[in-house]
Design a protein around this ligand. Sequence first.
Ligand code: NAP
Length: 317
Amino acid sequence: MRAVLVREFGPTDGVEIGEIEAPLRLGTEVLVDVHAAGMNPIDFKTVIGKGAAKAVEPLLPWIPGGDIAGVVAEAPYEAHDLQPGDAVFGSANHWRTRGSFAEQAVVPSLALALKPQSLSFEEAAAVPCAALTAWDAVVRIAKARAGQRILIHAGAGGVGHFAVQFAKYFGAQVATTVSERNVDFVRSLGADEVVDYRAQRFEEVLQKVDVVVDLIGNVADDTGTRSLDVLKHGGLYLNVPTGSWPDYASVAAERGLRASAVKVEADGSNLGIIARLIDAGDVRVEVQRAYPLESVHEAFDALQGGHVRGKLVLQVR
Ligand SMILES: NC(=O)c1ccc[n+]([C@@H]2O[C@H](COP(=O)([O-])OP(=O)(O)OC[C@H]3O[C@@H](n4cnc5c(N)ncnc54)[C@H](OP(=O)(O)O)[C@@H]3O)[C@@H](O)[C@H]2O)c1
Protein backbone atom coordinates (compact mmCIF):
# COMPACT_ATOMS: atom_id res chain seq x y z
CA MET A 1 0.00 0.00 0.00
CA ARG A 2 1.02 3.64 -0.42
CA ALA A 3 2.01 5.45 2.76
CA VAL A 4 4.00 8.33 4.23
CA LEU A 5 7.18 6.69 5.51
CA VAL A 6 9.58 7.97 8.14
CA ARG A 7 12.83 6.04 7.65
CA GLU A 8 14.80 8.19 10.12
CA PHE A 9 13.93 11.10 12.38
CA GLY A 10 14.79 14.54 11.03
CA PRO A 11 13.27 17.49 9.15
CA THR A 12 9.79 16.73 7.80
CA ASP A 13 11.09 17.27 4.24
CA GLY A 14 12.74 13.86 4.67
CA VAL A 15 9.51 11.84 4.88
CA GLU A 16 8.87 9.73 1.77
CA ILE A 17 5.76 8.52 0.03
CA GLY A 18 6.44 4.87 -0.73
CA GLU A 19 5.13 1.33 -0.74
CA ILE A 20 4.96 -0.82 2.38
CA GLU A 21 3.09 -4.02 3.25
CA ALA A 22 -0.47 -3.48 4.52
CA PRO A 23 -0.87 -3.92 8.29
CA LEU A 24 -2.19 -7.16 9.78
CA ARG A 25 -5.33 -6.99 11.86
CA LEU A 26 -5.35 -8.91 15.15
CA GLY A 27 -8.01 -9.69 17.76
CA THR A 28 -10.52 -6.86 18.11
CA GLU A 29 -8.64 -4.49 15.84
CA VAL A 30 -10.41 -3.16 12.75
CA LEU A 31 -8.69 -2.86 9.37
CA VAL A 32 -9.72 0.49 7.86
CA ASP A 33 -9.43 1.67 4.26
CA VAL A 34 -8.25 5.21 4.98
CA HIS A 35 -10.00 7.99 3.08
CA ALA A 36 -8.56 10.92 5.04
CA ALA A 37 -6.10 11.44 7.89
CA GLY A 38 -6.10 14.43 10.21
CA MET A 39 -2.80 16.08 11.18
CA ASN A 40 -1.77 17.06 14.71
CA PRO A 41 1.34 18.75 16.15
CA ILE A 42 2.43 15.41 17.70
CA ASP A 43 2.91 14.10 14.13
CA PHE A 44 5.62 16.59 13.20
CA LYS A 45 7.10 16.57 16.71
CA THR A 46 7.65 12.81 16.38
CA VAL A 47 8.98 13.01 12.81
CA ILE A 48 11.65 15.50 13.91
CA GLY A 49 12.74 13.17 16.72
CA LYS A 50 10.78 14.64 19.65
CA GLY A 51 7.22 13.75 20.70
CA ALA A 52 6.81 9.97 20.69
CA ALA A 53 10.04 9.30 18.72
CA LYS A 54 11.58 7.01 21.35
CA ALA A 55 8.46 4.83 21.40
CA VAL A 56 8.16 4.49 17.63
CA GLU A 57 11.86 4.00 16.86
CA PRO A 58 11.50 0.17 16.73
CA LEU A 59 8.73 0.65 14.13
CA LEU A 60 10.90 2.50 11.56
CA PRO A 61 10.00 2.85 8.74
CA TRP A 62 7.15 4.32 10.72
CA ILE A 63 3.89 5.79 9.40
CA PRO A 64 2.71 8.94 11.23
CA GLY A 65 -0.89 9.83 11.89
CA GLY A 66 -3.37 9.14 14.69
CA ASP A 67 -6.53 10.66 13.22
CA ILE A 68 -8.36 8.52 10.72
CA ALA A 69 -11.59 8.50 8.72
CA GLY A 70 -12.43 5.72 6.32
CA VAL A 71 -14.37 2.55 5.67
CA VAL A 72 -14.11 -0.75 7.54
CA ALA A 73 -12.32 -3.31 5.33
CA GLU A 74 -12.12 -6.16 7.87
CA ALA A 75 -14.14 -6.45 11.07
CA PRO A 76 -12.97 -8.35 14.17
CA TYR A 77 -15.77 -10.96 13.85
CA GLU A 78 -19.23 -11.46 12.38
CA ALA A 79 -21.33 -10.14 15.29
CA HIS A 80 -19.11 -7.12 16.02
CA ASP A 81 -20.83 -3.70 16.00
CA LEU A 82 -18.51 -2.52 13.20
CA GLN A 83 -18.78 -4.37 9.90
CA PRO A 84 -17.17 -4.06 6.43
CA GLY A 85 -18.51 -1.04 4.57
CA ASP A 86 -19.21 1.03 7.70
CA ALA A 87 -17.89 4.60 7.51
CA VAL A 88 -15.89 5.26 10.70
CA PHE A 89 -13.57 7.78 12.32
CA GLY A 90 -11.23 7.51 15.26
CA SER A 91 -7.69 7.20 16.55
CA ALA A 92 -5.06 4.80 15.21
CA ASN A 93 -2.64 3.59 17.89
CA HIS A 94 0.23 5.21 15.99
CA TRP A 95 2.74 4.99 18.84
CA ARG A 96 2.43 1.22 19.10
CA THR A 97 1.59 0.27 15.50
CA ARG A 98 1.90 2.33 12.34
CA GLY A 99 -0.43 5.27 11.75
CA SER A 100 -3.05 6.63 9.40
CA PHE A 101 -1.04 8.46 6.71
CA ALA A 102 -1.49 5.33 4.56
CA GLU A 103 -4.06 3.53 2.43
CA GLN A 104 -4.88 1.14 5.26
CA ALA A 105 -4.46 1.15 9.04
CA VAL A 106 -5.41 -1.10 11.93
CA VAL A 107 -7.31 0.56 14.75
CA PRO A 108 -8.50 -0.85 18.12
CA SER A 109 -12.28 -1.13 17.73
CA LEU A 110 -12.90 0.85 20.95
CA ALA A 111 -11.04 3.80 19.38
CA LEU A 112 -13.57 4.06 16.52
CA ALA A 113 -17.07 5.42 16.12
CA LEU A 114 -19.43 5.72 13.18
CA LYS A 115 -18.56 8.78 11.10
CA PRO A 116 -20.90 11.75 11.63
CA GLN A 117 -23.34 11.62 8.72
CA SER A 118 -23.14 15.36 8.15
CA LEU A 119 -19.36 15.34 7.64
CA SER A 120 -17.20 14.39 4.67
CA PHE A 121 -14.30 12.01 5.33
CA GLU A 122 -11.92 15.01 5.31
CA GLU A 123 -13.96 16.80 7.95
CA ALA A 124 -14.40 13.67 10.07
CA ALA A 125 -10.64 12.99 10.04
CA ALA A 126 -10.10 16.43 11.56
CA VAL A 127 -12.09 15.59 14.68
CA PRO A 128 -10.67 12.77 16.86
CA CYS A 129 -7.47 13.93 18.59
CA ALA A 130 -8.39 17.60 18.83
CA ALA A 131 -11.99 17.05 19.92
CA LEU A 132 -11.17 14.29 22.42
CA THR A 133 -8.44 16.45 23.99
CA ALA A 134 -10.85 19.37 24.24
CA TRP A 135 -13.56 17.07 25.67
CA ASP A 136 -11.22 15.70 28.35
CA ALA A 137 -10.07 19.17 29.41
CA VAL A 138 -13.35 21.09 29.22
CA VAL A 139 -16.02 18.47 29.92
CA ARG A 140 -14.46 15.59 31.87
CA ILE A 141 -11.94 17.49 34.02
CA ALA A 142 -13.19 21.10 34.20
CA LYS A 143 -16.87 20.08 34.11
CA ALA A 144 -17.82 23.18 32.14
CA ARG A 145 -21.10 24.66 33.36
CA ALA A 146 -23.07 27.86 33.76
CA GLY A 147 -21.52 30.30 36.22
CA GLN A 148 -17.99 29.19 35.36
CA ARG A 149 -15.51 31.37 33.48
CA ILE A 150 -13.01 29.47 31.32
CA LEU A 151 -9.99 30.92 29.52
CA ILE A 152 -8.86 28.87 26.51
CA HIS A 153 -5.51 29.79 25.00
CA ALA A 154 -5.23 29.32 21.22
CA GLY A 155 -8.99 29.10 20.71
CA ALA A 156 -8.57 29.21 16.91
CA GLY A 157 -6.44 26.06 16.65
CA GLY A 158 -7.33 22.39 16.39
CA VAL A 159 -7.99 21.65 20.06
CA GLY A 160 -8.98 25.24 20.85
CA HIS A 161 -11.85 25.57 18.38
CA PHE A 162 -13.50 22.47 19.86
CA ALA A 163 -12.74 23.59 23.44
CA VAL A 164 -14.46 26.94 22.87
CA GLN A 165 -17.56 25.21 21.47
CA PHE A 166 -17.78 22.54 24.20
CA ALA A 167 -17.36 25.13 26.97
CA LYS A 168 -20.11 27.25 25.42
CA TYR A 169 -22.38 24.26 24.84
CA PHE A 170 -22.22 23.39 28.55
CA GLY A 171 -23.00 26.97 29.56
CA ALA A 172 -19.64 28.43 30.63
CA GLN A 173 -18.52 32.01 30.00
CA VAL A 174 -15.67 31.61 27.47
CA ALA A 175 -12.61 33.81 27.08
CA THR A 176 -9.95 32.96 24.52
CA THR A 177 -6.64 34.22 23.11
CA VAL A 178 -6.07 34.50 19.35
CA SER A 179 -4.31 36.79 16.90
CA GLU A 180 -6.30 39.55 15.23
CA ARG A 181 -7.17 37.58 12.08
CA ASN A 182 -9.01 34.97 14.17
CA VAL A 183 -11.12 37.30 16.34
CA ASP A 184 -14.26 36.97 14.19
CA PHE A 185 -13.72 33.22 13.80
CA VAL A 186 -13.73 32.48 17.55
CA ARG A 187 -16.65 34.86 18.10
CA SER A 188 -18.56 32.81 15.52
CA LEU A 189 -17.83 29.73 17.67
CA GLY A 190 -19.38 31.45 20.68
CA ALA A 191 -16.42 33.02 22.53
CA ASP A 192 -17.65 35.81 24.85
CA GLU A 193 -14.32 37.55 25.48
CA VAL A 194 -11.52 37.56 22.91
CA VAL A 195 -7.99 38.80 23.61
CA ASP A 196 -5.60 39.47 20.73
CA TYR A 197 -2.47 38.07 22.37
CA ARG A 198 -0.21 40.19 20.18
CA ALA A 199 -1.88 43.47 21.11
CA GLN A 200 -2.71 42.90 24.79
CA ARG A 201 -1.35 40.93 27.74
CA PHE A 202 -4.24 38.66 28.68
CA GLU A 203 -3.52 38.93 32.42
CA GLU A 204 -4.09 42.69 32.22
CA VAL A 205 -7.64 42.29 30.89
CA LEU A 206 -8.84 39.00 32.39
CA GLN A 207 -9.21 38.23 36.10
CA LYS A 208 -11.21 35.89 38.36
CA VAL A 209 -11.10 33.00 35.93
CA ASP A 210 -12.16 29.55 37.20
CA VAL A 211 -10.29 27.40 34.68
CA VAL A 212 -7.46 27.95 32.19
CA VAL A 213 -7.15 25.44 29.35
CA ASP A 214 -3.60 26.17 28.24
CA LEU A 215 -2.80 24.99 24.70
CA ILE A 216 0.41 27.05 24.51
CA GLY A 217 2.23 26.50 27.82
CA ASN A 218 5.62 28.07 28.35
CA VAL A 219 6.61 27.48 24.72
CA ALA A 220 5.68 31.11 23.96
CA ASP A 221 5.75 34.28 26.09
CA ASP A 222 5.54 32.40 29.44
CA THR A 223 1.86 31.86 28.65
CA GLY A 224 1.66 29.08 31.26
CA THR A 225 3.22 31.02 34.13
CA ARG A 226 1.24 34.17 33.30
CA SER A 227 -1.97 32.12 33.23
CA LEU A 228 -1.73 31.58 36.99
CA ASP A 229 -2.19 35.35 37.45
CA VAL A 230 -5.74 35.28 36.04
CA LEU A 231 -7.07 32.40 38.15
CA LYS A 232 -9.24 32.75 41.24
CA HIS A 233 -7.87 31.24 44.45
CA GLY A 234 -8.50 27.48 44.11
CA GLY A 235 -8.86 27.81 40.33
CA LEU A 236 -7.77 25.08 37.93
CA TYR A 237 -4.86 25.27 35.47
CA LEU A 238 -4.83 22.59 32.72
CA ASN A 239 -1.56 22.12 30.85
CA VAL A 240 -2.02 20.45 27.46
CA PRO A 241 1.43 20.75 25.75
CA THR A 242 2.75 18.71 28.65
CA GLY A 243 6.45 18.96 27.84
CA SER A 244 6.51 22.74 27.87
CA TRP A 245 6.59 23.49 31.59
CA PRO A 246 7.61 20.51 33.76
CA ASP A 247 7.10 22.12 37.20
CA TYR A 248 3.70 23.74 36.55
CA ALA A 249 2.05 21.67 39.31
CA SER A 250 4.36 22.76 42.14
CA VAL A 251 4.32 26.41 41.01
CA ALA A 252 0.50 26.37 40.92
CA ALA A 253 0.26 24.64 44.33
CA GLU A 254 2.48 27.31 45.95
CA ARG A 255 -0.09 29.85 44.82
CA GLY A 256 -3.14 27.98 46.11
CA LEU A 257 -4.18 26.77 42.67
CA ARG A 258 -5.00 23.32 41.33
CA ALA A 259 -3.22 22.07 38.23
CA SER A 260 -3.13 19.04 35.98
CA ALA A 261 -1.76 17.86 32.69
CA VAL A 262 -4.21 16.60 30.07
CA LYS A 263 -3.30 13.62 27.89
CA VAL A 264 -5.64 12.60 25.14
CA GLU A 265 -7.02 9.08 25.18
CA ALA A 266 -8.53 7.24 22.23
CA ASP A 267 -12.20 6.83 23.08
CA GLY A 268 -14.81 5.72 20.55
CA SER A 269 -17.59 6.17 23.05
CA ASN A 270 -16.86 9.89 23.59
CA LEU A 271 -16.34 10.24 19.83
CA GLY A 272 -19.86 8.87 19.38
CA ILE A 273 -21.21 11.61 21.67
CA ILE A 274 -19.20 14.25 19.80
CA ALA A 275 -20.54 12.87 16.48
CA ARG A 276 -24.10 13.41 17.76
CA LEU A 277 -23.32 17.02 18.74
CA ILE A 278 -21.89 17.58 15.25
CA ASP A 279 -24.82 15.98 13.44
CA ALA A 280 -27.22 18.03 15.58
CA GLY A 281 -25.44 21.21 14.44
CA ASP A 282 -24.26 22.11 17.96
CA VAL A 283 -20.55 21.75 17.17
CA ARG A 284 -18.73 22.33 13.92
CA VAL A 285 -15.31 21.44 12.60
CA GLU A 286 -13.09 23.90 10.75
CA VAL A 287 -10.76 22.43 8.12
CA GLN A 288 -8.34 25.11 6.98
CA ARG A 289 -7.14 22.93 4.13
CA ALA A 290 -7.14 19.34 2.88
CA TYR A 291 -3.97 18.31 1.01
CA PRO A 292 -3.52 15.33 -1.32
CA LEU A 293 -1.14 12.76 0.21
CA GLU A 294 1.52 13.80 -2.34
CA SER A 295 1.59 17.28 -0.74
CA VAL A 296 2.46 15.97 2.72
CA HIS A 297 5.63 18.10 2.89
CA GLU A 298 3.67 21.28 2.24
CA ALA A 299 1.12 20.19 4.84
CA PHE A 300 3.83 19.55 7.44
CA ASP A 301 5.29 23.02 6.74
CA ALA A 302 1.91 24.62 7.39
CA LEU A 303 1.39 22.60 10.58
CA GLN A 304 4.81 23.52 11.96
CA GLY A 305 4.12 27.20 11.30
CA GLY A 306 1.87 27.04 14.39
CA HIS A 307 -0.92 29.26 13.03
CA VAL A 308 -3.43 26.87 11.49
CA ARG A 309 -7.07 27.86 11.89
CA GLY A 310 -8.89 24.66 12.89
CA LYS A 311 -7.32 21.62 11.27
CA LEU A 312 -5.22 20.32 8.37
CA VAL A 313 -6.10 17.03 6.71
CA LEU A 314 -4.46 14.64 4.21
CA GLN A 315 -6.66 13.13 1.49
CA VAL A 316 -5.55 9.53 1.15
CA ARG A 317 -8.06 8.18 -1.41
N1 NAP B 1 -1.37 16.32 25.83
C1 NAP B 1 -2.07 15.88 24.79
O1 NAP B 1 -2.58 14.75 24.80
C2 NAP B 1 -2.25 16.78 23.59
C3 NAP B 1 -3.30 16.53 22.69
C4 NAP B 1 -3.48 17.41 21.62
C5 NAP B 1 -2.62 18.50 21.45
N2 NAP B 1 -1.59 18.66 22.34
C6 NAP B 1 -0.68 19.82 22.20
O2 NAP B 1 -1.46 21.00 22.45
C7 NAP B 1 -0.98 22.06 21.63
C8 NAP B 1 -2.14 22.62 20.80
O3 NAP B 1 -2.54 21.63 19.86
P1 NAP B 1 -3.41 22.04 18.60
O4 NAP B 1 -3.63 20.82 17.80
O5 NAP B 1 -4.58 22.85 19.01
O6 NAP B 1 -2.37 23.00 17.84
P2 NAP B 1 -2.58 23.89 16.54
O7 NAP B 1 -3.90 23.61 15.92
O8 NAP B 1 -1.37 23.75 15.71
O9 NAP B 1 -2.60 25.39 17.15
C9 NAP B 1 -2.54 26.43 16.23
C10 NAP B 1 -3.21 27.66 16.84
O10 NAP B 1 -2.37 28.21 17.87
C11 NAP B 1 -2.63 29.61 17.90
N3 NAP B 1 -1.51 30.28 18.57
C12 NAP B 1 -0.19 30.25 18.24
N4 NAP B 1 0.53 30.95 19.14
C13 NAP B 1 -0.35 31.45 20.06
C14 NAP B 1 -0.22 32.23 21.25
N5 NAP B 1 0.97 32.66 21.68
N6 NAP B 1 -1.34 32.51 21.97
C15 NAP B 1 -2.55 32.08 21.55
N7 NAP B 1 -2.74 31.34 20.41
C16 NAP B 1 -1.65 31.03 19.69
C17 NAP B 1 -2.78 29.98 16.46
O11 NAP B 1 -3.65 31.09 16.37
P3 NAP B 1 -3.15 32.45 15.66
O12 NAP B 1 -2.87 32.08 14.22
O13 NAP B 1 -4.32 33.35 15.84
O14 NAP B 1 -1.89 32.85 16.36
C18 NAP B 1 -3.40 28.74 15.81
O15 NAP B 1 -4.77 28.87 15.55
C19 NAP B 1 0.18 21.47 20.82
O16 NAP B 1 1.39 21.74 21.50
C20 NAP B 1 -0.10 19.98 20.82
O17 NAP B 1 1.04 19.19 20.63
C21 NAP B 1 -1.39 17.84 23.40
